[in-house]
Design a protein around this ligand. Sequence first.
Ligand SMILES: NC(=O)c1ccc[n+]([C@@H]2O[C@H](COP(=O)([O-])OP(=O)(O)OC[C@H]3O[C@@H](n4cnc5c(N)ncnc54)[C@H](OP(=O)(O)O)[C@@H]3O)[C@@H](O)[C@H]2O)c1
Length: 326
Amino acid sequence: MFKALVLDKSPEFAAAIREVDDGFLPPGDVTIDVDYSTLNYKDALAITNRSPVVREWPMVAGVDGAGTVRESSHPAWRPGDRVVLNGFGVGEKHKGCLAQRARLSGDWLVRLPETFTTRQAMAIGTAGYTAMLCVMALERHGLEPGEGEVLVTGATGGVGSVAVALLSKLGHQVVATTGKSAEAPYLKALGATVVMDRAELSAPGKPLQKERWRAVVDAVGSHTLANACAQTRYGGAVAACGLAQGADLPATVMPFILRGVALLGVDSVMAPLALRNEAWTRLARDLDASLLETITREITLSDAIGTAHALMAGKIRGRVVVRTAD
Ligand SMILES: NC(=O)c1ccc[n+]([C@@H]2O[C@H](COP(=O)([O-])OP(=O)(O)OC[C@H]3O[C@@H](n4cnc5c(N)ncnc54)[C@H](OP(=O)(O)O)[C@@H]3O)[C@@H](O)[C@H]2O)c1
């Protein structure tokens, strides 16, 4: 028997820590002992039943997991291998990793870089790996250090915190926007040179505004993304990955057709394996492990439901790792 955070709808929604056995696990060619999972925005949406993230019931929550292979019939994986899983519909339509054990497809797994513990892998999690994907997308568009200010929105969140730390370590001048003014010292410690009140970007704005940003990592969407595009310099790029303010995009085409601004969509869930491996290799190289510790707090499986509600209420800073052992 092992513990899992089970979401059920029979017919009322309920989230609970339950003792289950291997018969509860879905089909898959690799079974892993999960050391750590994490709470991403999407996990919190699922656990609090805020939006239709879960598509099969009952579900085990947890879009991310890191641990050790226990059993494998997949040619790439052997017992004892250390692996990390992000997305691929896990925790949405395939039972997830907020559990002591998970059964997954070997095709979804990434080998954990030597430099990371399983705890560090989950301190990064989908949020941090998505931040890396955003930085890589901006680099593919030509972003180099020393070219001007790079804006990060939703900066005290998981994606935002890791994006600030990464961009700063890579030598960029990072401007962080936040709704939590008291967290300015935290953002400066991560490497932000300027901290702005998110209210400056979150209200409806003009289609074209004063040019400021060389590049943007946006985890927020809605008016914030529209204003970020309207303030991006000629030829700059905006990596859009989130919707914390809203899924709408109340913008015009003006920044794109008059300033050649590029809007780069970033998806972590179905990103191909080659891109994932590159992102994890880059994280091992470019993310300061001591800053990762500053960003992270640890909870246990039994704290996860309460913490998911706090995350939805905007009360959590940075990343939350979930230890599966009691
Ligand atoms: N595309 C992908 O594959 C992918 C992967 C991971 C995450 N995401 C998305 O990225 C977003 C961030 O994820 P996360 O895990 O970093 O979540 P998170 O830790 O909850 O961070 C979200 C941050 O957004 C800011 N925020 C919240 N409500 C806001 C509002 N109404 N207006 C403006 N800002 C607001 C807050 O930062 P401040 O208090 O500092 O302003 C908050 O900390 C989510 O929408 C998530 O779904 C997408």
